[in-house]
Design a protein. Sequence first.
Length: 90
Amino acid sequence: ETMEWIMSRCRAAIDAGLLKVYYTDRQPFWHASIAKNTAHMVATEDIVVNLDGDNLIGPNFPVDVVNRFVQDGYSVLQYEDGDGTCGRIA
């Protein structure tokens, strides 16, 4: 089961407050848009980043996101580089 996998492999990140897990059994099936919208609805932080599982971020990505919001005054960010759809939105 997915929850067992997450809890057994991500416990350190959860305990450190780096990863928050929300579970519901109220949906009959999984849908990416519903999952992303739900993540934003239950988030408690000021900045929320949606990152597709097939996207990579560099070591400076978190700092860049914060700087663009705080220093540059952005309210929404979309990172794009090259062809394809964007999987990094803050």
